[in-house]
Design a protein around this ligand. Structure first.
Ligand code: PEP
Length: 261
């Protein structure tokens, strides 16, 4: 019998200077017992990663980045690569976040190249997908998300189910204070897991962690985590405050999922 340990990822977006990020991280560590059954990753802006790494080195909390380029090096002004993140001790990298898809015009093809590069450097992608409100209202959320999953991941050398995390983040729920209904999130995630099973087998799919993201708060966390399909949360706004982020982590730690494999 295997299990899926809940994962809580904090996406700090364009918030916190190195000094602010370092102080926050130190306080977060001090605020939580080290024996919680939960994996936690904080994803600061690139500029604050070294400050965060300094505080978290040797601790149970991981750190990661919010984006990266697919090439290892080159004439790519303003970009950062997988080996650069690896050298800063990053374990995870958020890829395909809707703000990057929308604000920076990232395409499925580019995200796919990023996922492949991240995996080849031992970084764990947190692969984001999710629909616009019009798509949901048209009754097409599931099919849309399945396409995003396939465009991003089908055929990639993804050998270990633990090395890639999926985050279902309906765009209309991000930063709006409006969450998806857990049942709707479960409906999408169940199909995503089925699709992964069709590529890699059921045992593999049962061990992949699928997160929900979109206006998660301490109050709503339990309603998502209690669902069998939901293995954690990707948190934006509520990860910027010590009290709310700590509460989300503590609640998530109560929901380890057993799998048949
Ligand atoms: C996000 O940006 O990934 C996110 C989920 O943001 P928020 O929690 O603020 O909706």
């Amino acid at each position: 019998m295997a299990s899926r340990i809940p994962l809580v990822a904090g996406n700090w977006k364009m918030h916190k200077t190195p000094a602010e990020a370092g102080t926050f991280t130190r306080n977060l560590l001090g605020n939580l017992p080290a024996d919680l059954t939960v994996n936690v990753v904080v994803c600061p802006p690139f500029t604050a990663i070294p400050a965060v790494a300094l505080k978290l080195a040797g601790s149970w909390i991981c750190w990661g980045a919010q984006n990266m380029h697919w090439d290892a090096e080159g004439a790519c002004t303003g970009e950062v690569s997988a080996p650069m993140l690896q050298a800063l001790g990053c374990r995870y990298v958020i890829l395909g976040h809707s703000e990057r898809r929308v604000l920076s015009g990232e395409t499925d093809g580019q995200i796919r190249k990023k996922v492949k590069a991240a995996l080849s450097y031992g970084l764990r992608p947190i692969f984001c997908l999710g629909e616009e409100l019009e798509t949901r209202d048209a009754g097409e959320a599931e099919i849309y998300c399945l396409h995003q999953l396939a465009d991003g991941l089908e055929g990639l050398p993804w050998a270990n189910p633990e090395t890639l995390i999926i985050a279902y983040e309906p765009i209309w729920a991000i930063g709006t204070g409006r969450t998806a209904r857990p049942a709707d999130a479960v409906a999408v995630m169940g199909l995503l897991r089925e699709k992964i099973a069709s590529w890699h087998g059921r045992g593999f799919a049962e061990q992949v962690r699928i997160l929900y993201g979109g206006s998660v708060s301490p109050e709503s966390t339990g309603s998502f985590l209690k669902e069998e399909q939901i293995d954690g949360v990707l948190v934006g706004g509520a990860s910027l405050k010590l009290d709310s982020f700590s509460a989300i982590i503590r609640t998530s730690a109560e929901f380890k999922k057993s799998t048949e494999y």
